[in-house]
Design a protein around this ligand. Structure first.
Ligand code: GLA
Length: 375
């Protein structure tokens, strides 16, 4: 495995970093022009960068112990290099001259757990380029370019939430985002609360195909209702006229937007927890993006002392759950939820005798916190 020192043959010219995100409310609303409330993760992706000094781009990931090299006019093979190359090519498309670069991308974000390690890589890469080359790029525009890199180069048809969160959120406030206007503002977490994030241990399998299917269903629902996007539905009851499953999909989106607006307006910790629970039930029953493991993990979290509400976070079909709990109770509640969740067989989901193995992602277990977080 290469260190930055061995990869650059000394110190890199610049270092930058960006966090992942945990969405607290507003799931599958971003591509419906709606609202959401993510926070940043304590885990971050670090990108160290220098001019390469030759005619090639050189990228290295210590997490994968993989390198990618390609000529100035070439392209990276599909993989971690696609995210970085996408950022470079889109900055060039803005008319900015970018020389061949050496890029070292290291992360302590879990990959595949739904905390948006890809958005963190894109945002950190763009921040490093901005620092190295000295061009102007505001944080919203940066998020838009990051999203385009993901869609056009990594070929993932995502919304704007993850990149906006990675670019603009922090760990102690929620970031309210309007996906249509990209208007955004920080809002404090409910008083005297803290978060737990637990990875279910189930990789997100059907996520890409089901995600695209849900997007198409939402677009069709909006078309049938005669609105530009489901965000524009003013009478929530109108979705009941749609045929199934468009009715259930639209009901989720419309109600989820209302939950975000209520929470962003400032509610008690108890009410916030109720809204998170309602969001999970709607994702499970109406949007159908949960799986038995995520339901079981959320149930275990809700039953733990001090927990006010729990839901799956991210696209679903695996990945992580987030819970809001009373300040000071996170560690104990997480341990108690894992004692219930871990070790049970999960035949229900067709995984045979395999045992469930969840793990705490936030609060970051002290033995896993590395030095990236301070960059
Ligand atoms: C993924 C996408 C986001 C968003 C969520 C669901 O994380 O990248 O744009 O759509 O799923 O809320």
């Amino acid at each position: 495995m290469l260190t930055p020192d061995t990869f650059f043959g000394g110190a890199p010219e610049v270092n930058a970093s960006a966090p992942g995100r945990v969405n607290l409310l507003g799931e599958h609303t971003d591509y419906n022009d709606g609202f959401m409330l993510p926070v940043a993760t304590p885990q971050r992706t670090l990108v160290a960068m220098s001019r390469s000094g030759d005619d090639h781009f050189h990228f290295y990931s210590p997490n994968l112990d993989a390198s990618v090299t390609f000529a100035r006019d070439g392209s990276a093979p599909q993989g971690f290099g696609s995210y970085i190359e996408g950022c470079i090519r889109l900055v060039q498309a803005e008319g900015i001259e970018v020389p061949p670069l050496r890029v070292y991308a290291d992360t302590d974000l879990p990959v595949g757990s739904g905390l948006s390690s890809s958005a963190a890589l894109e945002v950190a890469t763009l921040r490093a380029m901005r620092a190295l080359l000295g061009f102007e790029l505001d944080d919203v525009k940066l998020a838009r370019i990051a999203q385009r890199a993901e869609i056009e180069y990594a070929r993932v048809n995502c919304g704007i939430m993850d990149q906006m969160a990675s670019s603009l959120a922090d760990e102690t406030n929620m970031l309210f985002i309007d996906a249509r206007t990209l208007e955004h503002r920080l809002a404090p977490l409910p008083r005297e609360t803290e978060l737990i994030v637990i990875d279910s241990g189930v990789a997100r399998k059907l996520a890409a195909s089901k995600y695209n299917e849900r997007r198409a269903e939402c677009e069709e629902g909006a078309r049938k209702l005669g609105v530009k996007a489901l965000r524009d539905v003013t009478d929530p009851a109108s979705v009941e006229s749609l045929p199934s499953p468009l009715r259930e999909r639209a009901r989720h989106v419309v109600q989820e937007n209302l939950r975000v607006l209520e929470a962003a307006g400032g509610v008690s910790a108890e009410r916030f927890g109720e809204l998170m629970n309602a969001s999970h039930f709607s994702l499970r029953d109406d949007y159908e993006v949960s799986i038995p493991e995520l339901d079981a993990l959320c149930d275990a979290l809700r039953a733990a002392p001090g927990v006010l509400g729990a839901r799956l976070t991210g696209a679903g079909f695996g990945g992580a759950c987030v819970a809001l709990c009373r300040k000071g109770s996170a560690q104990e509640a997480a341990a108690s939820a894992l004692a219930v969740y871990n070790g049970k067989g999960n035949q229900a989901n067709g995984h045979g005798e395999q045992e469930r193995q969840g793990r705490i992602l936030v609060p970051v277990p002290t033995d896993r916190k590395d030095n990236n977080a301070s960059v």
